[in-house]
Write a protein that binds this ligand. Structure first.
Ligand SMILES: *Cc1c(COP(=O)(O)O)cnc(C)c1O
Length: 403
């Protein structure tokens, strides 16, 4: 039981509170509760982008590729992996959108399990994940085995186990469910998947930067995630992809968009494609260098603070949100896990009027988001959100609901 619901006291006692000032706009009266859709920019990023234009791009010109940019998808991927993914170097590359990387990884996984005809995914997974799986299934003549999930949960080992068999090629699962915020037991889901001889692809869009991930220890095969949510990379910043070293070493991974930047020697301009050794083969075309600059700043901040401290703040914020909701919003239903160990960085509240409530809140500079059907999502970006913002946001939801 928390001793206080006093937001100012909680902010004063927050060991990470000083980091809020490092984000653009965090000191303004606006209440931002959607850091899980688009994180705030870091102030350092304003300067970094200006310096990049003046010095790196404007000054180094084409030499920039040799000096830094060519390797940036892999060097920054390794830093991101160490800071947030529990992954050793050489397995993470940055580039493309989440959707495009999902396609490349799903396609590579089913090609690596020839003869197996089924892909398992849940009906509540993020639309793009489902659509990509449907597209690949159609392209490759596979069957989709759909898992049902309860509104306030996600994929559990109990739900997955009966769906697996010796025809399963791949399981696609979100670590933290975008709707409910349920955090899946990926280690156990992976164990079950491997027992059936299949690969697992984990979507980390709603986890990386907010909750610790242990891709190597969990023995995950493939993972993908975006960088504009809790990683504050900015609108349209590129995604990251992870391929376990054992698949790269065994040459078991072949992605379908074979481009020159993922070739063994891009500047040989050779007659045929030979994939680069290691994770570089996940890259297709010229890396989005401009899109990685804000992410570089956020990775630096995460290296400094540590993901465990970020998770502690995240749990404190979501727990505080639920305590206020229980006390002040009796008319809404919480469709997120009550147990913090099963919860990611956001909380979803359900009420038949949430669509219009969200629109009214946006008018008064209180910004949560809305997800069908009837769900108001409160996304609590740990380093840029205060307890005071949460208290103001919950109060505003109550006033709007009763209006
Ligand atoms: C945000 C999100 C995406 C977004 O895909 P993009 O290609 O980056 O637009 C995909 N999957 C999940 C689970 C997400 O939360």
């Amino acid at each position: 039981m928390r001793v206080t619901l006093d937001a100012a006291a909680l902010d004063a006692a927050d060991p990470l509170v000083a980091h809020r000032d490092r984000f653009v706009g965090a000191a303004s009266p606006l209440v931002y509760l959607d850091g899980n859709s688009l994180g705030r920019p870091l102030r350092a990023t304003e300067d970094r982008i200006a310096r990049f234009v003046a010095e790196e791009w404007g000054g180094r010109l084409i030499r920039g590729w040799d000096e830094r940019w060519f390797e940036l998808p892999l060097t920054l991927g390794d830093r991101l992996a160490a800071a947030t993914l529990g992954a050793a170097p050489g397995q993470t590359a940055i580039g493309d959108s989440t959707t495009v990387l999902l396609y490349k990884l799903v396609r590579a996984a089913v090609a690596a399990r020839p003869g197996r005809r089924e892909v398992v995914i849940d009906v509540d997974n993020f639309p793009t994940d489902r659509y990509v799986v449907e597209g690949v299934a159609k392209e490759c003549g596979l069957t989709i085995r759909w898992l049902d999930v309860e509104a306030d949960r996600g994929v559990t080992p109990e739900a997955l186990a009966p769906a697996l068999n010796d025809d399963t090629a791949l399981v696609v699962v979100s670590h933290v469910a975008y709707k409910s915020g349920f955090m899946a037991d990926v280690a156990e889901l992976t164990r079950l998947t491997h027992e059936a001889g299949a690969w697992i692809l984990v979507d980390l869009c709603h986890s990386s930067g907010a909750v610790p991930v242990e891709l190597d220890a969990w023995q995950v095969d493939l993972a993908v995630g975006c960088t504009y949510k809790y990683l504050n990379g900015g609108p349209g910043s590129p995604a990251f992809g992870y391929v376990a070293e054992r698949h790269l070493d065994a040459d078991a991974f072949h992605q379908p968009v074979q481009g020159w930047m993922g070739a063994a020697d891009p500047f040989a301009m050779g007659p045929a494609y030979t994939p680069a050794p290691g994770i570089r083969r996940l890259i297709s075309g010229t890396p989005p260098v401009l899109g990685m600059l804000a992410l570089e700043d956020m990775v630096g901040l995460l290296e400094e603070v540590g993901i465990e401290a970020v998770r502690a703040k995240s749990v404190a914020l979501t727990s505080y949100t639920l305590e206020l909701v229980d006390r002040d919003l009796p008319e809404v239903e919480v469709v997120s896990p009550r147990d913090a160990a099963e919860r990611g960085g956001h909380v979803t509240l359900q009420h038949p009027r949430m669509r219009e409530v969200t629109a009214a809140l946006w008018e008064r500079d209180v910004l949560p988001d809305f997800r069908n059907p009837d769900g108001l999502r409160i996304g609590l970006s740990p380093l840029s959100t205060s307890f005071t913002e949460v208290a103001q946001g919950i109060a505003a939801i109550g006033e709007t609901l009763r209006n």
